[in-house]
Design a protein around this ligand. Structure first.
Ligand code: SF4
Length: 501
């Protein structure tokens, strides 16, 4: 049962205008206990109404505070938004407090423009003045969006890395399932848009490292967002830019993590638990909306379409891989951050050992265009006089040759996948491919570990400098790089055997 307190202390008209909001709450939460704080003279409007369970009369600041402070509410909605109600809201116990948008500044501007327009015949002043404000009862209804009522247009902010984008997919599916919004979009980087588009989600691009960098770019993205008129922004990305974009775009309800840099701009902050897996942690952002998420029953598998299957079939036939006979193993040796990359010569030794482990084994190297040089180094090690001795038809190089959609399509066909702590690792896990991940400066405790039964992390357990960075870095701050150098090829091979078993 949701225990809701509404503060509305002003006139008869305002209390009357509460009715649509009260009706909406009772319809969405029939079991809720609704308490309304009103002035004594307006008590009669709500007394005996089936919409309100309890009418609390305002008897002055201190007596009212004394009466309400001993109680615990789930939700406090301040639908008056004056100093008195803001102070009351500050001291009353409630899990979620929300103040409606009174548009005070807009009112002042309207008065200002009205005065100027009266005093002037200037056409531009008359044209520029704000024409209207939303109706008060509509703004009351807007405030209910904070508890999920009337949420039609939802946007998810995820402009971090590829892995973060993949781990946001369960959140998107859950929003679709639970809220069924008329519009569900995701704000993402152009290079990651395919991750969402292939599942049918509309994307809004934020090229924050390219054309949308700087303040002008920020404002362009803000304008892009504003045209959609979103009701609710769910913001798993913890940057100040994301929080500021949601705020500047005028999105009514903004839900993000309490440890986000821009937490103070959110309507609601959700605690961030480091130990939880990122995909589950993201679902916590929906906790205040109707029907809490059922963790565990959430669809975390990445679906593979008929179109994906066809694309994969073409790629395999182009590189002469026969899936019915070959045991295809994928290796993604890259990472955006240098310290998250295991050593190239060890990836080479691993690839050769795996290729020699079965007569039908084929190793496919995967990655983006930025990983081309790294893969060339690995292949040089394989074919040099290093003693690995491997027939070159067993080592296939698709690094930099696939689109993101194609990468997902062929990853689903792999028998085994090995990578660093990187985005392709999350794609492989999402597709249910047995996965071995090599972790250096990052740890599972950050919540970005490979998820699923057939997964394994290879790492150095007792290195006192681990972890040294949330995302990894350009160079080892200690200079010894032991977190990766201490991981042997045999350890990774053993982990591969374990996940395959
Ligand atoms: S400081 Fe330690 S954890 Fe960080 S990169 Fe160096 S060896 Fe790895």
């Amino acid at each position: 049962m949701l225990n809701i307190l509404i503060l509305r202390l002003s006139s008869l008209g305002d209390v009357t205008l509460l009715v649509p909001a009260l009706q909406a709450i009772k319809k969405a939460y029939p079991e809720s206990h609704l308490t309304c704080l009103v002035k004594k003279q307006y008590r009669a409007i709500l007394d005996g109404s089936s919409l309100v369970d309890e009418v609390q009369v305002y008897e002055g600041f201190w007596p009212t505070l004394r009466a309400l402070r001993g109680r615990q509410f789930d939700v406090l909605l301040d639908l008056h938004a004056v100093l008195r109600t803001r102070l009351l809201a500050l001291f009353i116990h409630a899990n979620l407090k929300h103040t409606y948008n009174k548009d005070t500044w807009k009112r002042y501007f309207m008065v200002f423009f009205h005065q100027r327009a009266k005093a002037s015949t200037s056409k531009s002043i008359i044209q520029d003045r704000p024409q209207h404000m939303r109706h008060t009862s509509d703004r009351y209804l807007d405030a209910l969006k904070v508890i999920g009522i009337g949420v039609d247009r939802v946007v998810v902010f995820q402009t971090a890395f590829l892995g973060d984008a993949v781990l946001t997919l369960p959140l998107m599916r859950e929003i679709q399932k639970r809220l069924g919004p008329k519009k569900l979009c995701v704000l993402t980087r152009s290079e990651h848009a395919a991750i969402f588009e292939r599942e049918g989600y509309e994307t809004i691009k934020d090229d924050k490292r390219g054309g949308d960098s700087g303040f002008a770019g920020f404002w362009r993205v803000r304008n892009r967002l504003k045209t959609f008129n979103f009701d609710l922004a769910i913001i798993p990305h913890r940057s100040l830019r994301s929080a500021a974009l949601a705020w500047c775009a005028g999105i009514i309800v903004k839900i993000g993590f309490g440890n986000s840099v821009g937490w103070w701009l959110f309507t609601r902050q959700v605690p961030f638990h480091w130990k939880e897996h990122d995909s589950e942690r993201n679902l916590r952002l929906l906790d205040m909306l109707p029907n809490k998420p059922l963790l565990g029953s959430v669809e975390s598998r990445i679906p593979i379409s008929q179109e994906d299957r066809l694309a994969a079939k073409n790629i395999w036939s182009n590189i002469e891989v026969n899936l019915a006979e070959d045991f295809v193993i994928g290796i993604a040796p890259g990472s955006k951050w240098e310290t998250k990359r295991w050593l190239a010569e060890r990836f080479a030794a691993l690839a050769c050992a795996l290729a020699n482990s079965r007569a039908n084994a084929k190793i496919v190297f995967l990655g983006g265009p930025e990983d081309r040089n790294l893969c060339a180094d690995i292949l040089n090690f394989c074919f040099s006089d290093s003693g690995f001795r491997i027939p070159d038809s067993r080592l296939l190089n698709l690094v930099g040759k696939l689109s993101l959609k194609e990468l997902i399509a062929i990853t689903g066909d792999l028998k085994l996948f090995i990578s660093n702590d990187s985005g392709p690792m999350h794609i492989a896990c999402g597709l249910g491919v047995p996965t071995v991940a090599i972790f250096g400066p990052t740890v599972r405790g950050f919540g970005f570990y490979p998820k699923g039964k057939a997964t394994k992390v290879v790492e150095v357990d007792d290195l006192e400098c681990r972890p040294c960075a949330l995302h990894g870095g350009r160079a080892c701050p200690r200079g010894h790089f032991l977190c990766m150098r201490l991981i042997t090829v045999d350890q990774v091979l053993k982990a591969c055997e374990e996940v395959l078993a």
